[in-house]
Design a protein around this ligand. Structure first.
Ligand SMILES: [Fe+2]
Length: 347
């Protein structure tokens, strides 16, 4: 049985979660500290690994390419491992309003801010492969394992006992006229999608994105959605002499993005503990799982399903093995998509 991808509670939409001053400081940081790398470049070693974290699967023997998954969306971190990386936005990270929201969302006693990041983009096509966010397990987490492995652990449904509970507050700032919303599947990938519509300025959702398929809606004028020369090493930065932005290859500007086509997403994530016992179990490491246990469990489960395969010497990087796991545990691609955004209205 594959996991049922449904969040612990329906996503809650709220407005104005950051103050004007907080937003200004966050934006200044994004402008000043770039250029920022593409999301894909930061999280994956190969296109096969990307495939393992999205929905859908490919025929055996098919070789995926970076271009299949690449999109001009760029990312930077504001906090990692419960540590704010920039003192000037510490109040945004250590945010009692947010901890309160996510405790209530889960009905939990405790929440601890864990990470904070931003995605920035100009015009961009929509994704046909919505994803769930990477989660952590007690003993196997982003500090010692690749994103795809934890994703596979969720999809298999075999490691729920060790899965860390999480919640996010995701906030958008986008004033463009075409698309730019948030598409999500709150009742599972085979059910009807829902959509948070742009333009939005400080609109946020409280959500468990590890258990809910989601993706950005296509954004901006379609003619601008793929800058010429875009590659996995392209980066994004603020324009030096305007309030706009630029996509660059090294020092070469391949696209100018006006401020009104700039979309900022702020992701704030917390660890959740239902009660003191659960917190203790995590802090004391009395019930952790190891990567060896994970692979032993996956291999035993696939054998029990009647699959025949060679056990790889390094399952962490063996692309044939990753592809086999993907085919075995894929929960199915979302079947129904919201309509593409209207462009005529913006002309
Ligand atoms: Fe996501």
């Amino acid at each position: 049985m594959a996991t049922k991808f449904v969040p612990v509670a329906p996503p809650q939409i709220i407005e104005g979660v950051y103050s004007t001053d907080q937003h200004a400081r966050l934006l200044k940081l994004v402008r000043d500290k770039g250029p920022w790398e593409m999301i894909l470049a930061q999280h994956f070693q190969s296109p096969e690994e990307v495939l393992a974290t999205t929905s859908g699967t490919m025929p055996e023997g098919f070789t995926p390419t970076w271009e299949m998954f690449m999109s001009p969306v760029f990312r930077g971190y504001l906090a990692k491992g419960a540590t704010a990386l920039y003192p000037e936005i510490e109040d945004c990270f250590w945010n009692s309003k947010f901890t309160d929201l996510v405790r209530n969302y889960w009905g939990a006693e405790y929440a601890r801010p864990e990470n904070m990041l931003f995605n920035i983009q100009g015009p961009c096509r929509g994704s046909e492969t919505p994803h769930v966010d990477a989660t952590n397990f007690r003993g196997v987490d982003s500090l010692n394992a690749p994103v795809w492995l934890m994703n596979m652990m969720v999809k298999s449904g075999l490691f729920d006992r060790w899965r860390c509970k999480k919640a996010q507050v995701i906030t958008w700032y986008y004033r463009g006229q075409v698309g730019g919303g948030f598409n999500y599947w709150p009742n599972g990938p085979q059910a009807e999608p829902a959509q948070i519509k742009a333009p939005m300025w400080g609109r946020a959702v409280v959500v468990e994105n590890e258990m809910m398929y989601h993706t950005a809606e296509a954004t901006g004028p379609s003619a601008m959605r793929w800058p010429d020369g875009l590659n996995i090493k392209s980066r994004m930065r603020s324009a030096p002499d305007s309030d706009g932005w630029q996509v660059v290859n090294g020092d070469t500007v391949i696209q100018d993005i006006p401020a009104e086509e700039f979309r900022l997403l702020l992701h704030w994530g917390a660890d959740i503990y239902m009660d003191y016992n659960e917190l203790k179990r995590a802090l004391d490491h009395t019930d952790d799982i190891s990567k060896d246990q994970v692979f032993d469990t996956l291999i035993a489960d696939m054998r029990a399903r009647g699959l025949t395969f060679e056990v790889p010497t390094d399952p962490l990087t063996d692309q044939k093995f990753i592809a086999l796991l993907t085919r075995t545990y894929d929960p199915g691609k979302p079947a129904i998509f919201p309509p593409e955004p209207e462009e005529a209205l913006a002309a």
